[in-house]
Write a protein that binds this ligand. Structure first.
Ligand code: AMP
Ligand code: ZN
Length: 456
């Protein structure tokens, strides 16, 4: 088997990847905050970690990889959007989460194995915070619960390579009278008025952002798992705080072993972001007639650890290359991916190198190897390079909903309903794999969204 090597932010080195359990390879990636359409910068980690998910599935088997990407549906930006528009929070987050699923599917991303929503995990977060307070790593003050960085001082800052002293000097930390150390961060904060809130030992309130990922990762992947990913902008404070919470709550477990971070997508040298207003949504591009495959191709043509610019030349070159490859493939079926493509991709996810190998296969006219290798990069998803077949983007959201409904039915012991849903999904060409960790699914080549309508 090809050795996968990954650059671990924690050690600063490219390391050989050895899973804790090759029959259960586990990855957690920080997902979107759902209050608006995903922009192209948000699409970058989705595509990067989807490509890693595909490589891991290739190496360890599709049933042996669990990929969790959370949905942050508790956030002050969401609350502000609700206040502005008069819409309910649930309405906004449901709609935005469905948009995200559609947009990410349209650029060739598989649905992660689990997409937990923060609102479903508040009791687990409360439990974890109470445990941290019990262990002396956190304290309650004025309706808040705060993590005490001094209780973890020797370790805090290891991922981002900062000391607590540097951080205090450099960061714009919120100084508050109830904090013991200005670097202490919020685990729980009070909600008054019509802000969403849950009852807790510290009063009615809502969780801070970081605790969400620690609680969900523990619940779905355990205290020790293989890979944790996200954009480089999350290293500090978000990932640093996740590490502090998780390692203090489960001191013997270790949390994530390999930390991977993608670099930023830039516009004229500045990070594409909502707050700078320099963003382009994935939906905008698709509406302009850009194919989802070209968006993905362009994102993959730069290595994930390099900053990249988006521009019209890249878009056009991507469309042109995909057109040429489609011609080479003609009606050929996908064969196994070319070993050179697998080898290059396994070298810290060298997607640019893998694309160069695909160019070679195209030049050699090797249709089946090209089709299979393109599929490994996710370039044969919604717009297959071989047979043209569009998956209705709504299909992904619908399947996701049914898979969740089936899981709920099984949990509730309603096996008749669960089997009915499974039957409908299978009949529509959705492939489902049940594992101890939950159900993974993918569109089979014969997927037919029309057949799902009856089941939903
Ligand atoms: P957010 O919804 O802002 O929390 O971001 C979701 C994901 O997108 C996180 O993993 C961020 O690190 C990532 N992200 C946000 N902006 C960019 C960008 N310009 N380039 C690459 N990744 C980004
Ligand atoms: Zn996170």
């Amino acid at each position: 088997m090809t050795t996968i090597r990954l650059r671990n932010t924690m050690t600063g080195r490219v390391e050989e990847f050895t899973p804790i359990d090759p029959s259960n390879v586990r990855m957690y990636v920080c997902g979107p905050t759902v209050y608006d359409r995903a922009h192209l910068g948000n699409a970058r980690p989705a595509v990067v970690f989807d490509t890693l998910f595909r490589l891991l599935r290739h190496a360890y088997g599709a049933d042996h990889v669990v990929y969790v990407r959370n949905i942050t549906d508790i956030d002050d930006k969401i609350n502000a959007r609700a206040a502005e528009t008069g819409r309910s929070i649930r309405d906004i987050t449901d709609e935005t989460a469905a948009w995200y699923a559609e947009d990410m599917a349209s650029i060739g991303n598989l649905a992660p194995t689990h997409q937990p929503r923060a609102t479903d995990y508040v009791p687990r977060m409360v439990e974890m915070i109470a445990d941290l307070i019990g262990k002396g790593h956190a304290y309650a003050a004025e309706g808040h619960a705060l993590f005490a960085v001094d209780s973890w001082r020797d370790h805090y800052g290891k991922l981002s390579g900062k000391s607590v002293k540097d951080m205090i000097a450099g960061a714009r930390v919120e100084v508050a009278p109830y904090k013991r150390n200005p670097m202490d961060f919020v685990l729980w904060k009070p909600s008054d008025g019509d802000l969403p809130g849950w009852d807790s030992p510290w009063g009615r309130g809502r969780p801070g952002w970081h605790i969400e990922c620690s609680a969900m990762a523990f619940d779905l992947l355990g205290g020790n798992f293989d890979i944790h990913g996200g954009g480089g902008d999350l290293k500090f404070p978000h990932h640093e705080n996740e590490i502090a919470q998780s390692r203090c709550a489960h001191p013997d477990a270790g949390f994530a072993r390999y930390w991977l971070h993608n670099e930023m997508l830039l516009v004229d040298g500045r990070k594409m972001s909502k707050s700078l207003g320099n963003f382009l949504t994935v939906r905008d591009l698709l509406d302009q007639g850009v194919s989802g495959g070209a968006v993905r191709f362009a994102l993959l043509s730069t290595h994930y650890r390099k900053p990249m610019d988006w521009n019209a030349e890249k878009r056009d070159a991507a469309e042109e290359t995909l057109r040429r490859w489609r011609k080479v493939i003609g009606g050929a079926d996908a064969g196994p991916p070319d070993p050179e493509v697998v080898r290059v991709l396994s070298d810290d996810l060298n997607t640019a190198g893998a694309i160069a190998e695909l160019h070679r296969l195209a030049a050699e006219g090797r249709a089946e190897a090209l089709a299979g290798s393109a599929a490994l990069l996710g370039l044969a998803g919604p717009e297959p390079l071989g047979r043209e077949r569009a998956i209705d983007p709504g299909g992904e959201a619908l399947v996701g909903k049914l898979v969740e409904e089936r899981a709920a039915a099984r949990k509730a012991g309603d096996f008749a309903r669960a089997d009915e849903i499974r039957g409908a999904l299978t009949a529509a060409g959705v492939r489902i794999n049940d594992t101890a960790e939950g159900s993974a699914w993918e569109f089979g080549p014969e997927f037919d969204a029309g057949k799902l309508e009856e089941a939903g």
